[in-house]
Design a protein around this ligand. Structure first.
Ligand code: GLU
Length: 202
């Protein structure tokens, strides 16, 4: 098991997400990560192997990451060893630039398993994609990026076409740097709860 948390609204996202992830710690995990998108469409990704506390320390309890829209994840590895590079969020660029700002277009976290990821990976490689991790999740994010570029940078088209292609179970949260205040979610056989309060969405 593991967990995903997202927040978009008026408040600073990182500390809310870290707090949410700490409430899901009981589910078990081997690494954790967070991505926050600021209003300029600039994404910051920070990941850490091991305890969530490592991520909390690395980000000064979230205060070091500014922005009001973000996603976070605690990972229970199924594809690829527990490591910082395999930790989520995953990005559509060709390297996981995890120590500094990242201009990736598509950023996401995922609970579950993409069963046909090897077949999809091969097709994406033929279209010029490169991969930095061993995870099925990176393949999913790159598949969404592929359809995002194919279908006029429309997030819903990109995600729905991807969901038709993938086999398996999942709960995902995806951000697009062209849509700085939005988080897209999809699920199959895994739960997601969406909470709304005034201008805040959880
Ligand atoms: N299959 C994904 C991975 O190994 C997600 C695992 C999870 O649900 O945390 O990264």
């Amino acid at each position: 098991m593991c967990g995903i948390v997202g927040y978009t609204g008026n408040l600073q996202a990182a500390s809310i997400i870290l707090d949410g992830l700490s409430k899901l710690e009981y589910r078990g995990y081997d690494s954790a990560g967070i991505a926050v998108l600021n209003e300029k469409g600039h994404t910051e990704v920070v990941k850490a192997k091991g305890r969530l506390q490592n991520l909390i320390d690395k980000t000064d309890s979230g205060k070091a990451i500014k922005g009001t829209c973000g996603i976070g994840h605690t990972r229970w590895a199924t594809h690829g060893e527990p490591s910082q590079i395999n930790a989520h969020p995953h990005v559509s660029s060709n390297s996981s630039d995890i120590s500094s700002d990242n201009n990736s277009e598509v950023i996401g976290v995922h609970n579950g398993i993409i069963e046909n990821y090897l077949e999809i990976k091969e097709k994406l490689a033929n279209s010029g994609y490169q991969f930095y991790s061993q995870t099925d999740t990176e393949i999913l994010i790159k598949l969404i990026d592929y359809y995002y570029n194919k279908y006029d940078h429309n997030p819903l088209s990109a995600i729905s076409h991807s969901m038709i292609r993938v086999k398996g179970s999942y709960a995902i949260e995806v951000m697009f740097s062209d849509y700085p205040e939005e988080i897209y979610v999809a699920r199959k056989d895994s739960p997601i709860i969406i909470g709304l309060k005034d201008d805040d969405s959880f």
